[in-house]
Write a protein that binds this ligand. Structure first.
Ligand SMILES: C=C(OP(=O)(O)O)C(=O)O
Ligand SMILES: [Mg+2]
Length: 401
């Protein structure tokens, strides 16, 4: 029933106005799935390769589509993803592009779910999923590679850890986003938004900490449950490998100073989450920081692990972190993303399913998070391509009750 009868690929727009790859997968019994690839700006060096969409589409049409149509079953995700890998023939999807691969992989999953008449999360995770929901981490202030002339730290994230429901959590993050705007206005700081819909004011990190801390407390008082906050430092973007220092606008820190600085921030602001505090090649420094503050907060590897089980295995062996960011397009297929989540959970690492800075209306990651019982999802706080995922979580929860 789920035999694939057609795979259509086209260029569509992403949230930055750049072209991306959209895939449609059709099956023998009329099943249909559509998905589109997101795209990073602060990409990790070890990610699977995104090719220019026209090239990725041409290469996938030549190498992957003929191996899928009439040959593979959309309901068999591992088979589809193995064919994508074999058709590509490289370790990093540099032939058909991770953007073509992930779009086809996610579209096949949706077509498989469509034939079954099951929600995507249930097709991916089984019938007993849908009882637990991830806590959304919402980007409320940001800079780095996501906005010019804003904070050095890439993302300041609201983390409504005490929310009684996913709906409460989603609305709490939007309220923190609004509270930040009000506080900025009171201080006479005009600003626009960065790629992920976070405010991108021209202020230093110290002032951003003050504002986000205050916004979180204000909303916490309003809603009556605990809201923490976290960071994506995007350390690899700050790190200068020649001088071996982390370059902030006002300061330069060597690795020991960077570890001490992050540990201080964890204590001062009770941070519940710190992503990529250090460079993507520095497992040792990650391990040192995790040893220092890993009992108090999540130390999450994004560019460090790039959703790759080999890199995660190394991190586990070296006690480098206690959490991993999961971005399906960093590795190229849903099966690979699943394997990374399972390896993480088996080893006590919290998986955080994540959007990219360049996004689409696709909401697959909401289903992936529910399907795998992931404790967190990072998908922004506001903006259509962000609320596509947040509202999908609300719908899944609503359908489950
Ligand atoms: C979402 C992120 O940004 P990008 O997609 O630019 O890598 C991130 O670094 O976690
Ligand atoms: Mg990151």
């Amino acid at each position: 029933m789920t035999l694939i009868t057609d795979v259509r690929l086209r260029r569509t727009l992403d949230s930055r106005g750049n072209p991306t790859v959209e895939a449609d997968v059709l099956t023998e019994s009329g099943g249909f799935g559509r998905a589109a690839a997101p795209s990073g700006a602060s990409t990790g060096e070890y990610e699977a390769v995104e090719r220019p969409p026209s090239e990725a589409i041409a290469a996938a049409r030549e190498h992957a589509v003929p191996r899928l149509v009439g040959e593979a079953y959309a309901g068999n995700q591992r088979e589809v993803d193995a064919i994508l890998r074999a058709a590509d023939g490289t370790d990093d999807f540099s032939e058909i592009g991770a953007n073509s691969a992930v779009a086809i992989s996610m579209a096949a999953a949706k077509a498989g779910a469509d034939v079954l008449g099951a929600p995507l999360f249930q097709h991916l995770g089984g019938t007993f999923r849908g009882g637990n929901f991830p806590i959304p981490l919402g980007n409320v202030v940001g800079g780095g590679e996501h906005a010019a002339d804003a904070t050095d730290i890439q993302e300041f994230l609201a983390a409504p850890v005490g929310a009684p429901s996913v709906e409460d959590a989603v609305f709490a993050n939007a309220a923190v986003h609004e509270a930040v705007a009000n506080l900025l206005e009171e201080r006479g700081v005009a600003c626009g938004k960065g790629d992920e819909g976070a405010w991108a004011p021209s202020i230093d990190d110290a002032e951003a900490f003050e504002i986000v801390d205050e916004a979180v407390s204000l909303v916490e008082d309003e809603v009556g449950f605990e809201i923490g906050f976290g960071l994506d430092v995007a350390g690899a973007e700050l790190y200068d490998s020649d001088s071996e220092t982390y370059e902030y606008s006002d300061e330069s820190r060597d690795t020991d100073e960077q570890i001490a600085y992050i540990a201080e921030l964890v204590d001062e602001y009770d941070l519940v989450y710190v992503e990529d505090p250090l460079d993507e090649d520095d497992y040792d420094a990650f391990a040192e920081l995790t040893d220092e503050v890993g009992d108090e907060t999540l130390i999450c590897g994004d560019d460090l692990f790039v959703t790759n089980t080999e890199r995660l295995r190394e991190g586990i062996d070296r006690d480098a972190a206690n959490s991993i960011l999961i971005k399906p397009n960093q590795i190229g297929t849903l099966s690979d993303a699943f394997d990374a989540i399972e390896l993480a959970i088996e080893n006590g690492y919290d998986p955080v399913v994540s959007h990219r800075s360049g996004e689409t209306e696709d909401a697959t990651i909401a289903h992936l998070a529910v399907a795998t019982d992931a404790p967190f999802i990072k998908t922004g706080a506001v903006g259509g391509e962000r609320t596509a995922k947040l509202n999908e979580l609300i719908r899944i929860a609503d359908d489950a009750t």
